[in-house]
Design a protein around this ligand. Structure first.
Ligand code: SF4
Length: 394
């Protein structure tokens, strides 16, 4: 069981301090009952923490003095620590956040007109080893607790002065698209997303909180029973042959199975106009040709989607190259002509290494994967520019 799910009654009995940062309303209510207090205290404390950014119980002035003393003795409110904040010329803000020992994760804020999207991590590293991903090359360390997930939102919001009455609403959207596969940390991610959407916390609508998955189908099948956040699928390929190389979990849960599951999730939503987002990273001479675009059109026929094209952002441990402007526009035009909404994600924060996993990777490369990738991709890309690599991962 994750750290944040530690049984509150046991913790109080053992006199260990309970971290309230990642607690859902239901768990906070249970906690207050163990203290002999009324349940409504839970909402009061949620507001202090997540709307006003207060972590010192003595500043929670609508709690009685005796309750504040009980809380000081039994509980704490602790967000993960920001090691460093990087501000790009284009307004992108990246946080390097310590999560115990020498482990670090990344959280990125990306402004775009009226919208400000916070990209949040769910795991320390990632086990899924996608071949185009800097995080995947660091290996997996552990799941983040619910406190560490919502704590990223808390720290970012606090940095913008958002956690105060009438504070600026800089963060308007949250995407679970940072380091890690969110569906492999199911309970903690669901708890944290529920706090993001809670009226007495951050109050984001379900359309403004998005979970992005690379395709953990059994977990995706369970998701509709517990939430109705927006869904993004990290597809990146128009057929299983290419996707097996880019996203190895595809060998277990191939594209057809993944799209079926995603469609069931969307159809289970109460409102009928929801679309899922298809994320497609375009890599030079790998998945960026017109025939791939046409294949994608056929693959997605009849599925309510919008497509987000992401030019691959090169980083030092990868041999993949960025898609050319011409190939990108040809690919997009085919999708648009077929009637899809197809946007291109502009590269942001180039001056601060904003591609996911780059900064944390500099803190700690946990495995020898990076060297293995370099050897594999060198061999494959040398073989022929016209040949799709047949193996990028073991
Ligand atoms: S793309 Fe996502 S799922 Fe794949 S290795 Fe990177 S963090 Fe993990």
């Amino acid at each position: 069981m994750a750290e944040s799910n530690v049984d509150t009654a046991t913790a109080v009995a053992d006199n260990a301090k309970v971290n309230l940062m990642g607690m859902s309303q239901a768990r906070l209510e249970a906690f207050f009952e163990t203290l002999g207090e009324k349940k409504f205290r839970a909402v009061q404390v949620l507001k202090w923490i997540h709307q006003l950014g207060v972590t010192d119980f003595n500043e929670m002035t609508n709690l009685s003095k005796s309750l504040r003393e009980k809380l000081v003795a039994n509980a704490e409110v602790v967000a993960p620590e920001v090691i460093q904040q990087f501000d790009s010329k284009d307004g992108t803000r990246k946080f390097l956040i310590r999560v115990g020992g020498d482990n670090a994760i990344e959280t990125v804020y990306i402004p775009d007109g009226e919208r400000g999207t916070l990209c949040v991590s769910s795991q320390v590293g990632c086990s899924l080893d996608c071949s185009f991903c800097a995080t995947g090359k660091q290996g997996f360390n552990r799941d983040l607790t619910a406190a560490e997930i919502i704590g990223q939102v808390w720290q970012a919001a606090k940095s913008f002065g958002q956690l105060q009455a009438n504070g600026p609403r800089k963060i308007t959207n949250v995407v679970m698209m940072g380091m890690g596969e969110p569906l492999l940390n199911f309970d903690n991610v669901v708890d944290a997303m529920n706090l993001m959407m809670h009226d007495h916390c951050y109050g984001f609508s379900k359309r403004r909180v998005t979970l992005s998955t690379s395709g953990v189908v059994p977990a995706l099948d369970r998701l509709a029973a517990v939430t109705d956040v927006s869904l993004a699928i990290s597809l990146h390929a128009s057929n299983d042959e290419i996707r097996n190389q880019l996203v190895p979990i595809n060998k277990k849960y191939p594209i057809a199975m993944l799209l079926d599951s995603a469609q069931r999730y969307i159809e289970a939503m109460p409102d009928s106009h929801r679309k899922m987002t298809i994320e497609y990273t375009l890599i030079d001479k790998l998945n960026d040709r017109p025939e791939h675009a046409r294949e994608l059109v056929r693959l997605l026929d009849g599925i309510p989607v919008k497509i987000n094209l992401i030019p691959f952002n090169p980083f030092s441990l990868s041999n993949y190259k960025r898609v050319s402007e011409g190939a990108l526009r040809r690919f997009q035009t085919i999708l648009l002509d077929a009637g899809y909404t197809a946007t291109v994600r502009t590269t942001r924060g180039d001056d601060i290494d904003a591609a996911c996993g780059q900064l944390a990777g500099q803190v700690n490369d946990r495995t020898r994967r990076s060297e293995r990738y370099k050897l594999d991709t060198n061999a494959l890309l040398r073989s022929s520019d016209d040949t799709i690599p047949v193996r990028l991962v073991n």
